[in-house]
Design a protein around this ligand. Structure first.
Ligand code: NI
Ligand code: MN
Length: 227
């Protein structure tokens, strides 16, 4: 039993849990922070938080090659079906489902979700995963919201939060998010990919350690973290 979560920069992760490979927001083509290629990454499942190109990314191309099951909201799954890929599982905010690898619940995200061709992508989401009886929270692209306190009541082991500002929470609101979520460990993401979202993550980590009981883990691109 083991779960490893590897970061490819921005909001792109690969989870390996008991031999199952799960990509989250697989943005490889055009991602300035990774040398990994969409053409060679393996996946059994692909989780997509919202329709923006830096999140839906290479999902369809990877799925067509690997036959991965794409899990996203209803509108995005419909759009993917319309692109000619049928192997999807639609859920929506507040709804959870027991997949073979663990429980996946879609959470609130305050953001947009238009698809690359301008189609409506429904409401953006985050993911609260239960893997090996531990909760992992991918906030997705979002601003701060007070219901994070309710998610925190579930007992979060590990939270991945955007701190880039401009498109999502910045460092100040992400610190408030940590105070609401109370994760045992938190990892800042969605920063430094491009100039508008450059942030000093080291300073943010220091603030987390000063003002909360959470441990902030700064991941380098390519690093893995164990659940
Ligand atoms: Ni976005
Ligand atoms: Mn984004």
């Amino acid at each position: 039993m083991s779960t490893q979560i590897q970061w490819y920069g921005h909001a792109t992760f690969r989870i390996q849990t008991n031999g199952t490979k799960i990509l989250v927001d697989p943005f490889f083509s055009g991602n300035p922070k990774t040398t990994e290629k969409a053409e060679r990454i393996a996946a059994d499942y692909i989780l997509v938080t919202h329709g923006h190109s830096d999140h839906i990314g290479d999902s369809i191309a990877i799925a067509q090659r690997t036959e991965a099951l794409i899990i996203s909201n209803f509108e995005i799954c419909n759009w993917i079906n319309g692109q000619g890929y049928a192997h999807t599982h639609a859920q929506h905010i507040g709804g959870g489902f027991h997949h073979p690898f663990g429980y996946v619940k879609l959470t609130i995200a305050h953001h947009g979700s238009s698809l690359p061709d301008g189609s409506y992508g429904g409401n953006p989401a985050g993911f609260l995963l239960t893997l090996e009886n531990k909760k992992v929270y991918f906030a997705g692209d979002t601003g701060l919201f007070s219901s994070m306190q309710l998610y925190g009541q579930e007992g979060i082991e590990l939270a991945f939060l955007p701190i880039g500002d401009n498109f999502t929470m910045g460092p100040v609101d992400a610190l408030k998010a940590v105070k609401l979520l109370k994760p045992r460990r938190v990892v800042p993401i969605h920063y430094d990919t491009w100039p508008p979202i450059e942030q000093n993550a080291t300073d943010w980590a220091a603030q987390i350690h000063q003002e909360t009981d959470s441990t902030c883990v700064l991941m380098e691109i390519g690093d893995s973290i164990s659940l």
